[in-house]
Design a protein around this ligand. Structure first.
Ligand SMILES: Cc1cc2nc3c(=O)[nH]c(=O)nc-3n(C[C@H](O)[C@H](O)[C@H](O)COP(=O)(O)O)c2cc1C
Ligand code: SF4
Ligand code: SF4
Length: 295
C-alpha cells in the first residue's frame, strides 16, 4: 500500500497537519508542493492527500499549479484538508475542479481552522495558545477518519461568499505579481540563506549575500517569520505604484500592509525552520513513535 501526502505551507500549519495525518496512516511519504510534480507523480499511489492553507478565499496559486501538473491514480483514495483561519471560500471546490479532468474525485474533504498567519497585515490571531490545541484536536479526529478510509463530501463556499468573491478577492489576486515588491532586507541580515530554503515557491536566491525576490511570491510569510535576525520587512513606497493605487481603491487591506517593529510573528509551534526547509521525507511515523517510546 503506497500512501503519499502533498502539502503547501508557509508557516507550518499545513505541514503539521500533513504530519499528523501521516502519523495516523503509518508509512506515508510527505512531499512539498515546492517540488516539480513531474518528479513525484501519484500514479502508483493507493492513498493520496492534499493539504494546504487558504489564500484569498481559494487555494494558493502555487498549489493550484502543482496539482495541475500532477498525475494521480484515479482509483486511489483521495483526500484533502484545507487549513483556513476563518474563511474557506472555494478552496476545496477549486481542488475538485482541478482533479476532475484527471478522472479523480475527492473521497474525503475537510477543513481545520488554524491561526491566521498573514503577519504583514495583522498580528497572528486568535491567540495561538488557544487555537493551536483546538486545531490539534480536530486534526487528530480527521486523521482517524482518513485512516479508516471514511468518505466525506468536501465543504463548499456559502452563496454569500461566492457572490462576494469576485468583488472582494479578485483585486487582491490581481495584485499578486506585485506582492513581493515591498519586501526589504535590513543590514541585520547575516547572509545565512535560511529565507531562500524555507520559501515554498522557490522565489528567493542569495545574491551578494542578500536575498533577492523574483516576483512569484505567494506572500506565505515563511521568509519573514523564519529569519533569525528579523531582517525582512515590508514597506509599500512610492515605487510600488500599483499597490499604492490599490490602497486607495477597492483593496482596503493594502492600506494596512506593513510590518511594525513590535509585530508578533507566527510559526506553528510543532514545526521548526529546518522542517520547513525540507522538500520531501520518507516517514514511518508509527515506527518512529514506537522507537521514541522504547528509548
Ligand atoms: C496571503 C494570505 C492570504 C490568506 N487568506 C486567507 C483566507 O482567505 N481565508 C482564511 O481563512 N485564511 C486566510 N489566510 C490565513 C491562512 O490560510 C492560515 O493562517 C493557514 O493556516 C496558514 O497555513 P500555513 O501555516 O501552512 O502556511 C491567509 C494567509 C495569507 C498569508
Ligand atoms: S534569513 Fe534573514 S538573515 Fe538569513 S539570509 Fe535571509 S534575510 Fe538574511
Ligand atoms: S518570498 Fe517569502 S513570502 Fe514570498 S513565497 Fe517566498 S517565503 Fe513566502
Amino acid at each position: 500500500m503506497k500512501r503519499r501526502i502533498y502539502y503547501f505551507s508557509g508557516t507550518g500549519n499545513s505541514m503539521r497537519a500533513a504530519r499528523v495525518i501521516a502519523s495516523a496512516l503509518g508509512d506515508t511519504e510527505i512531499i512539498s508542493m515546492r517540488t516539480d510534480p513531474k518528479d513525484y507523480p501519484a500514479t502508483d499511489c493507493d492513498v493520496v492527500g492534499f493539504v494546504f492553507p487558504v489564500y484569498h478565499w481559494t487555494m494558493p496559486e502555487h498549489a493550484e499549479k502543482f496539482v495541475e501538473g500532477l498525475s494521480v491514480n484515479p482509483n486511489a483514495y483521495v483526500f484533502a484538508v484545507a487549513m483556513p483561519s476563518f474563511i474557506l471560500g472555494i478552496a476545496l471546490e477549486r481542488l475538485a475542479e482541478l482533479l476532475a479532468p484527471k478522472g479523480v474525485t475527492l473521497d474525503y474533504g475537510n477543513l481545520v481552522h488554524s491561526v491566521a498567519n498573514y503577519v504583514i497585515v495583522y498580528p497572528p490571531f486568535p491567540s495561538p495558545k488557544l487555537r493551536v490545541p483546538r486545531t490539534e484536536k480536530k486534526l487528530k479526529k480527521i486523521a482517524e477518519e482518513i485512516r479508516a478510509g471514511k468518505k466525506r463530501d468536501y465543504p463548499r463556499a456559502s452563496r454569500l461568499i461566492k457572490w462576494r468573491m469576485h468583488q472582494f478577492m479578485d483585486p487582491y489576486l490581481e495584485l499578486q505579481v506585485y506582492a513581493d515588491n515591498p519586501f526589504t532586507v535590513s543590514d541585520d541580515c547575516i547572509s545565512c540563506g535560511l529565507c531562500t530554503r524555507v520559501c515554498p515557491c522557490n522565489n528567493l536566491t542569495m545574491e551578494e549575500g542578500k536575498p533577492v525576490f523574483h516576483h512569484h511570491c505567494a506572500n506565505c510569510m515563511a521568509c519573514v517569520v523564519n529569519c533569525p535576525k528579523r531582517a525582512i520587512g515590508y514597506e509599500i513606497n512610492e515605487g510600488d505604484r500599483k499597490l499604492l493605487d490599490a490602497s486607495n481603491s477597492k483593496t482596503p487591506l493594502v492600506k494596512i500592509m506593513g510590518l511594525p517593529k513590535g509585530r508578533k510573528l507566527y510559526r506553528n509551534p510543532y514545526i521548526t525552520s529546518s522542517d520547513l526547509c525540507k522538500n520531501e521525507e520518507q516517514v514511518s511515523w508509527q515506527n518512529e513513535e514506537k522507537q521514541k517510546k522504547r528509548s
